[in-house]
Write a protein that binds this ligand. Structure first.
Ligand code: ADP
Ligand code: ZN
Length: 208
């Protein structure tokens, strides 16, 4: 097949953390390689959860070499002319320019697979994800299991010292001591910082 005859498109794999986005991205990459496609994998340099920024890893331990990028323009510069498939993980951390980059690649025949969590810890749209979801030809929204009640989880619960993190925290917490859980809408907790402080004060008062 010569490259010019090929149609490009954008497919987005979104959903909450632990929903299997990286697993699904890796599955699609593996199958593209079996089909002898030329594949390049990128991921935001901000994600170094699983032993180094140079790999896309899923929570089940599978991994694939990935090129870490700081900005969407780097992807545009690094994609080779003969590349058939571009896979991008942790796209929520990238700038809005990723929409242009993905569209340009798809326009010239590249299959662009983008994975990213669609909501931040407050339950609000995360970075360029809502834009990517809008322009994609294909969208898959994956779910995890709520660690509280066992229902389908759609939201990222940020915890600091085991307690729900207040809404005022930064959207992207780099190198923080926070952790995340997958939770459903009902179990998702985002306390307002003032309320959290009041509770803390009341707690101290009742101990005195
Ligand atoms: P994502 O990229 O969406 O964060 P991964 O592909 O890295 O997800 O990991 C998905 C895997 O995480 C699942 O196959 C499962 O083994 C594991 N996992 C851990 N916690 C949960 C949970 N609460 N719900 C579902 N899967 C979970
Ligand atoms: Zn729940």
């Amino acid at each position: 097949m010569y490259h010019g005859a090929q149609y490009g498109w954008i497919e987005v794999i979104s959903g909450v953390m632990f929903s299997g986005k990286s697993e699904e991205l890796l599955r699609r990459v593996r199958r593209a390689l079996i089909a002898r496609k030329k594949v390049q994998v990128f991921k935001s340099h901000l994600d170094d959860r699983y032993g180094g920024v140079f790999r896309v890893s899923s929570h089940d331990g599978a991994a694939f070499d990935a090129h870490p990028v700081h900005a969407s323009v780097q992807i545009a510069e690094l994609v080779r002319l003969d590349t058939d498939v571009v896979a991008i993980d942790e796209a929520q951390f990238l700038d809005d320019g990723i929409v242009r980059v993905a569209n340009d690649l798809a326009d010239r025949g590249v299959r662009v697979i983008v994975a990213g969590t669609d909501m931040d810890f407050r339950g609000e749209p995360f970075g360029p994800m809502p834009l990517l979801l809008a322009v994609a030809e294909r969208v898959d929204k994956l779910h995890a299991i709520c660690v509280r009640c066992g229902d389908l989880a759609t939201r990222n619960q940020r915890l600091i010292d085991g307690r729900p993190a207040p809404a005022e925290g930064p959207t992207i917490q780099v190198g923080g001591a926070e952790s995340y859980e997958a939770r459903c809408r009902r179990c998702h907790e985002v306390p307002h910082v003032d309320r959290a402080q009041t509770e803390l004060t009341m707690g101290e008062g009742s101990r005195a």
